[in-house]
Design a protein around this ligand. Structure first.
Ligand code: GSH
Length: 291
């Protein structure tokens, strides 16, 4: 095994320099706001502050699914938070999420407005509020929530572990890549075996468990994050591929993926969403053609 540069940790760690790698400029060992900045508030009760990363996309897919089901109360304003520019450290955002990470939701239909952070909590909040995409039968609800929390607990090994060391770290460390590849392939096998027996994560019902898991694991096997599909031999997880393709073709998923997106084809980027018509009039190809 190749050896990383040798390093002996000091007695007490000090924040002396950026740790290196992609996103190093926004990493810091302290919480709290670094600037005064209020969040904008639009016309709908639900105000989302986000970016189209896999965690952000979970919530925009959920909102678009609710609207597709005719839940008109789920109309929302989606505001862009540019995490690479440190907008998650503004005072208004920190009030909405003291953890300074997208996505964050404010529900102004309550007095005072209800804040919800952590994508899993947001999915549960919306599912309960609109009585949709979560089973009512207690046993099925338990299964659905088990997979939802599986995603929340497992994915840090995918993003912060595998993705960081495979794609973002300033140099490749064989030990770290091996350790997290082992775990991620195990997780892919967990999903593949489950989806061999089941159409969706919770039987034949599409639920918030699918909405939570697809943006990460579907993207991984479709080679849309970390460019690691070949390295992980992702084609071998055939049941996971079947499920990934089925979900990718849902209208609400196609729309949800576009909201707060700032990369990729311009016609798939809707930086802010304030109305359903924005998908036809305000995608970035049209915005740039008009300017
Ligand atoms: N467990 C959180 C994770 C959220 C998260 O990691 N968000 C990332 C983008 S995917 C973020 O905002 N990063 C900014 C930062 O770390 O400063 C959730 O599911 O909501």
């Amino acid at each position: 095994m190749n050896q990383p540069p040798s390093y002996t940790p000091p007695k007490v760690w000090k924040w002396e320099m950026e740790s290196g790698g992609t996103f190093a400029n926004i990493n810091r060992p302290i919480a709290g706001p670094t600037s005064e900045k209020e969040l904008p508030v639009g016309k709908h009760p639900l105000q989302l502050y986000s970016l189209a990363t896999p965690n952000g996309v979970k919530v925009t897919i959920m909102l678009e699914e609710l609207l597709a089901l005719g839940k008109t109360g789920a109309e929302y304003d989606a505001w862009l938070i540019q995490i690479r520019d440190g907008e998650q450290f503004g005072s208004g955002f920190v009030d909405a999420n003291p953890n300074s990470k997208i996505p964050a939701l404010m529900d102004h239909s309550t007095t005072p407005p209800t804040r919800v952070f952590e994508s899993g909590a947001i999915l549960m909040y919306l599912a309960d509020k609109f009585e949709a995409l979560i089973p009512t039968d207690p046993a099925k609800r338990a299964e659905c929530l088990s997979w939802l929390f599986w995603q929340m607990g497992s994915t840090p090994y995918l993003g912060g572990g595998f993705g960081h060391f495979y794609a973002y770290a300033p140099f490749k460390i064989e030990y770290a890549i091996d350790r997290f590849t082992m775990e991620i392939k195990r997780q892919l096998d967990v999903l593949d075996r489950h989806l061999a027996e089941s159409q969706y994560m919770c039987g034949d019902e599409y639920t918030i468990a699918d909405v939570a898991i697809w943006p990460w694991y579907g993207a991984l096997v479709a080679n849309k994050v970390y460019e690691a599909a070949e390295f992980l031999d992702a084609g071998t997880y055939t049941h996971l591929h079947r499920w990934t393709g089925e979900i990718a073709s849902r209208e609400a998923v196609i729309r949800g993926r576009m909201v707060n997106r700032v990369s990729g084809p311009l016609e798939e980027q809707l930086h802010e969403r304030h109305d359903a018509s924005d998908f036809y009039t305000n995608t970035q190809d049209k915005v740039e053609a008009a300017s």
